[in-house]
Design a protein around this ligand. Structure first.
Ligand SMILES: [Fe+2]
Length: 308
């Protein structure tokens, strides 16, 4: 994803066609040659894929299947207490398997009848226009790799668990899927760096890290919170501010820690009204119309689910 660029491991293609995923030295899989070879293979197949072809399946190892089972079990219990009702209903309808990692074709087969969304494979970072813009067409660009099995409840980069349990669950609900489509259409209207930057920050504080009040309790609807084993337990301790597009669009964030500031909607209806309204109408002049001040400090762009 565009705003998650700093967290995605860079992917390069050599002159001879060899594809390499460059993991950081502190990545749990850095010293695991077998894992790194698999990451290279998964990325290479995603790069070679063209729309219309079957999405190349990944031959996940037993260890990776175990990671999926562990995370599914742990997150399901947390979602009962901490996820918003809209998401819990959507996840129940989606029916993701808890006993095996779904291939992207299976995710699409489950999503399509619900909201028409389809999952396309991504090797890593996807350009702004392609990632966000494709949401307008009901397409979600998803990584296919799984975090390293040495640390099943932590990932330094968005992996299939974030993409499918986080975003996929959200995209299974008609109202939140429509909010994503609106975001996609907005992204296609934006051309200036400032307009895109403002939009990406609103996306971050809503689609990735949004929270909503439900019967006096704060609940998560953001994919980054919903897929994070650690942060989902901590978001109620953040500074909670009222939903405010003008403020979110200029609020800097630090991807390397749990979010200290979150914006809460009074309900899903207010989210759809306020943020849906913003996505429906925003253009490159919107930040100026909203009187957005210049952002203080360099915006930290990057990603959801970078933490445990
Ligand atoms: Fe994400």
């Amino acid at each position: 994803m565009f705003e998650e660029g700093r967290l995605y491991a860079p992917v390069t293609t050599a002159a001879d066609g060899a594809v390499t995923v460059h993991l950081d030295e502190d990545h749990p899989g850095f010293g695991d040659g077998e894992y790194r070879a698999r990451r290279n293979l998964i990325a290479a197949r995603a790069l070679r894929w063209t729309p219309g072809d079957p999405v190349p399946p990944v031959d996940y190892t037993d260890a990776e299947q175990g990671v999926w089972r562990t995370v599914c079990r742990e997150l399901a219990a947390k979602h009962e207490r901490l996820a918003c009702a809209e998401y819990r209903r959507a996840v129940a309808a989606l029916g993701l398997p808890a006993d095996h990692i779904p291939q992207l074709e299976e995710v699409t087969a489950r999503l399509a009848p619900l909201t028409g969304f389809a999952y396309h494979p991504a090797a890593g970072l996807v350009a702004f226009e392609e990632f966000y813009g494709s949401l307008a067409d009901g397409i979600f660009h998803s990584t296919q790799y799984i975090r390293h099995h040495a640390r099943p409840l932590y990932t330094p980069e968005p992996d299939l668990i974030h993409e499918v349990i986080g975003h996929g669950g959200v995209l299974a609900g008609p109202r939140l899927a429509e909010l994503n489509r609106l975001a996609g259409r907005a992204a296609r209207r934006l051309e200036t760096p400032s307009g895109r930057d403002f939009f990406a920050h609103v996306f971050w504080f809503t689609i990735e890290f949004g929270v909503v009040w439900e019967r006096g309790e704060l609940r998560a609807y953001g994919a980054g919170l919903l897929s994070s084993y650690g942060e989902i337990e901590e978001f109620r301790g953040a500074e909670i501010r009222p939903l405010d597009v003008a403020a979110m669009g200029v609020q800097s964030y630090d991807i390397t820690r749990y979010q200290p500031i979150l914006y809460a909607a009074d309900g899903i209806e207010q989210l759809l009204d306020v943020v849906g309204g913003f996505f429906a109408e925003c253009d490159d002049d919107t930040p100026a119309r909203l009187g957005a001040p210049a952002r203080l400090g360099a915006p930290a762009r990057s990603a959801a689910s970078a933490r445990a």
